[in-house]
Design a protein around this ligand. Structure first.
Ligand code: IVH
Length: 511
């Protein structure tokens, strides 16, 4: 759809636009760039920019159009109402449209949101709820006379894909619930299908053992699992549904029953009593916006240790009467906002590679990248582990690359972006000689079954030690059963230090 030249042009244009948001005269170019990134994300499955960067551009376009309604075109990305629905599942109209959420990226955005709420409600003191923004696939569940009659994906917000038989396999979705207790005859609930991180890992381990391809991440696995043709497969994926909203509730005379439970927290509590999985422990009621900011900061810290993947926190006005007063745009409710955690991924450039000689002479390639801000730190060096890593990812000097911080700690190269190559990129050739003693022409060796190249006679003295350890280990106990080399085990057990002491070697230098 896009050729290399066009991709490069649009990628460069993207950076220019992010740095310098255009006026009305640049609106068509902005739309072109957004269309391109939509295609990369939804069709090509190969995103070039972060969600945040996309949001900045999209929100700017929406603002330009709001201020200049005459400029809106039918094919503007803001006018998209339909995403492709899967023809395998019947399309059903949601009782209440499933809106999206506006985004906030820092305390200032959250305070702006609060100022807006104060204006809309005319009230100074607002009670908020804060709960995780689950990163999965959205669903709508309809109960009639207490029976689950329909489950659908979010689809395009107006219409979803009906997948009731699949949802019925999920233990977290009650097949019947005593809505009558609240005089509710018809109810529509919204929630998110998610998979616990540990269950996802185990599932992938099993798939690897059985020779199946691995699932990419819990989000796609959950959202894809809702739409499998075989309901048993949905069940096998360990999907759970967290309900986060009671969207619609009426009695036998179609009277709105939502008013009877006048807070969001109260509605979730009632749903919890009825047997639904709701974020009960996670939800906090905050008396003011500074408490909201504080609670979000707590979650920012602990989100990696949380059992489910979340990409932010959702802030909602707790009182439903005030929610009504705030109303909604066509896109999102004005009474709620999603605080997005800092992007875990970023794009940068692989500028150089240094080869470091580590413990026991193993050579580790380390990428020197154009410094980039990622999840709170500036990243400029990233381990590339070994030669195999470089080959499998086809990494070249000068490549644009996507990086992330695994578990928000260790930076990691996810992939290169070959489409952005302009011919100046150079393939990487792993050195044949020890990088810290090149003039001595000390060769590197790779033992069978090992991923690392090692120096055979490095000036640091580690190799002498290695030979010694191999010699000793032949006569020593079998410590190889742990899947590590003797040398690493010796190192781990602290014996290297002992041996270095005995042979009067400089242990710190070896380290
Ligand atoms: S409330 C009308 N609460 O985020 C407001 N949404 O970007 C409806 N999501 O499609 C949304 N966790 O699938 C809400 N605790 C939560 C959520 C949540 C995840 C998803 C939801 C929605 C998307 C909006």
């Amino acid at each position: 759809m896009y050729d290399t030249i066009e991709i490069q042009r649009l990628a460069e244009k993207t950076n220019l636009l992010i740095d310098n948001l255009p006026g009305l005269s640049g609106i068509e170019e902005l739309r072109d760039v957004l269309r391109f990134h939509e295609w990369r994300y939804y069709v090509d499955n190969n995103t070039l920019i972060t969600d945040r960067e996309y949001d900045i551009l999209f929100n700017h376009l929406r603002k330009l159009e709001e201020n200049n309604p005459g400029s809106i075109t039918l094919d503007s990305p803001t006018q998209r109402v339909a995403t492709a629905l899967n023809p395998d599942f019947p399309a059903v109209k949601h009782i209440i449209p499933m809106l999206s959420l506006g985004n906030a990226y820092g305390p200032e955005d959250i305070r702006d949101f609060h100022s807006q709420i104060v204006k809309l409600t005319g009230q100074q003191e607002i009670e908020y709820t804060v709960e995780p923004k689950f990163d999965g696939g959205s669903v709508a569940l309809v109960y009639e006379n207490g029976i689950l009659t329909r489950a659908a994906t979010r689809g395009n917000g107006q219409q979803g894909e009906e997948m009731t038989p699949n949802a019925k396999t999920l233990p977290s979705v009650p097949l019947r619930a005593d809505f009558k207790k609240h005089n509710i005859i018809t109810a529509e609930l919204r929630g998110e299908a998610v998979i616990r991180k540990d269950i996802f890992d185990k599932m992938n381990e099993k798939r690897a053992e059985n020779g199946y391809s691995l699932f990419a991440n819990p989000r796609n696995t959950a959202s894809g699992g809702l739409r499998t043709k075989n309901p048993q497969e949905t069940r096998n994926r360990g999907i759970e549904i967290f309900v986060f909203q009671l969207g619609h509730a009426v009695d036998s005379t179609s009277r709105n029953m939502l008013d009877d439970i006048p807070t969001h927290s109260g509605q979730l509590e009632a749903l919890s009593f009825l047997g639904f999985k709701v974020p009960k422990e996670e939800l906090r009621i905050c008396k003011n916006i500074e408490d909201v900011i504080e609670y979000i900061a707590e979650w920012d810290e602990k989100r990696d240790s949380y059992a489910y993947e979340i990409d932010g926190m959702v802030i909602k006005v707790n009182n439903t009467k005030l929610q009504e007063k705030c109303g909604s745009t066509a896109h999102h409710p004005r009474w709620a906002v999603a605080y997005k955690f800092k992007a875990k991924q970023a794009n940068t450039v692989l500028e150089d590679v240094e080869y470091q000689v580590g413990k026991i002479g193993s050579i580790t390639p380390v990428a020197k990248v154009k410094p980039v801000h990622l999840a709170g730190v500036t990243v400029s060096s990233i381990s590339m582990h070994n030669e195999e890593f470089i080959i499998s990812k086809d990494l070249r000097i000068g490549d644009s690359i996507v990086i992330e911080r695994a578990g928000d700690v260790i930076p990691y190269i996810v992939r290169s972006i070959p489409e952005l190559r302009d011919g100046s990129q150079e393939s990487l050739v792993f050195p044949k000689h020890c990088p810290i003693a090149p003039d001595k022409e000390v060769v590197l060796i790779k033992a069978e079954g090992e991923a690392a190249w090692r120096c055979t006679n490095c000036q640091c003295g580690a190799q002498d030690l290695m030979k010694m350890i191999f010699h000793i280990s032949k006569n020593a106990m079998d410590i190889d059963g742990f899947g590590k080399s003797y040398v690493e085990k010796f190192y781990e057990y602290g014996w290297i230090k002992d041996i270095a002491d005995i042979y009067d070697m400089d242990f710190d230098k070896i380290k």
